[in-house]
Design a protein around this ligand. Sequence first.
Ligand code: FES
Ligand SMILES: [Fe+2]
Length: 432
Amino acid sequence: MLTEDQNRRLTEVGAGTPMGELLRRYWMPIAAVAELDDKPTKPVRLMGEDLVLYKDRSGNYGLVDRHCPHRRADLSYGWVEDCGLRCHYHGWLWEHTGRCLQQPFEETAHPEARFKDKVRIKAYAVEAKAGLLWAYLGPPPAPLVPTWEPFTWINGFVQIVFSEVPCNWFQCQENSIDPVHFEWLHSNWSRALNGAGADRSPAHLKVGFEEFEYGFTYRRILEGQSEQDELWTVGRCCLWPNCLFTGGHFEWRVPIDDANMLSVGWFFDRVPNEMEPYRQDRIPYWYSPIKDALTDRWITSPVMNQDFVAWVGQGTVADRTQEHLGESDRGVILMRKRILEDAESVMRGGEPKGVMRDPEKNRCVRLPIIGRDFFVNGSSRVETETSRQRTPGLLLRKDFPFLTGQPEEVRAAYRRAMGLPETGVDARSPAS
Ligand code: FES
Ligand SMILES: [Fe+2]
């Protein structure tokens, strides 16, 4: 059980708060590269700051204050030019570095005053990697955006999925080090929802947690498994400070503010050997709804929606002064302790865990990965269709099991990549 003060320190993300300062030492994924290609401006709220992300016609990415420093118009209604974002109210032009490039009437009335050199807009660094756009809100020098090992894999179909979840980010991240929930929230609840009778899925017999350079691993033994199984010998990762990595996918819990979280999923599906070489020209992205419009209740399947139901159910900010923690929460306790220590060290000027600054190391950052050989080398179609090595399910998935609302064109592109028959009508064939 935590004190109110500890609960506040774990959950507040504003600038100047211990956790807010810790989080500002890391790059946060905030959009898809393809998203800005579709529409060059995007309003973004990140760690309580209202911003606008844009891509100008020279390809520069900018992340600037949502409000124009002139008279505070909303710059997400501005337009991009060859260089910079122009305010729609009086035409001041802002560069991604924060410089003001033009103030049309001021330059006509008082060219000698060079007023534009005296105003700046708040501007943050943006980088593209793995089909995502990453933002850094911390002090210079900015670290490197980590090149996690799966970002270097080839012959895979990648998709990026966003969901907005109306609760604090930290209760979502606690889920990244909670192996036992899988048995209940996913396996047994799905059975109950499907009316599957009294049978239960295999129970957890043992769990283990280890800290490593980039976070913690969690390991488990389920009924019917042994200490030789990779779920025990390798495990899965709670990545520092706000990510879950399962081997085939990442889930970042990006704080929008104290009361809202942007879930950013990055999913890799290896194509069967028969479909190689496979090259993806554009990584698709989509937004997944979390509420059923008809019933006004949370969507209760698939897998990640079940997680969302648990997190929002804990309240906007989980009240950790009212908990009763047990042995299954050992990982959660470890992580809370470690991250609070890290946040305090940042307040004293220290560098927190796992910040990437070494370009050599960052060519490819290896992580614990169950079934690495399959992701790297793939396997034949028959093997892929029958082997079970992932959570959830088979190596070759027919459908997307994590979130609801996958657009038909993404589903069709996936099936083409995998060499699966295109069931259903895809009106937007690649030729049209
Ligand atoms: S408010 Fe933006 S130019 Fe005037
Ligand atoms: Fe889960």
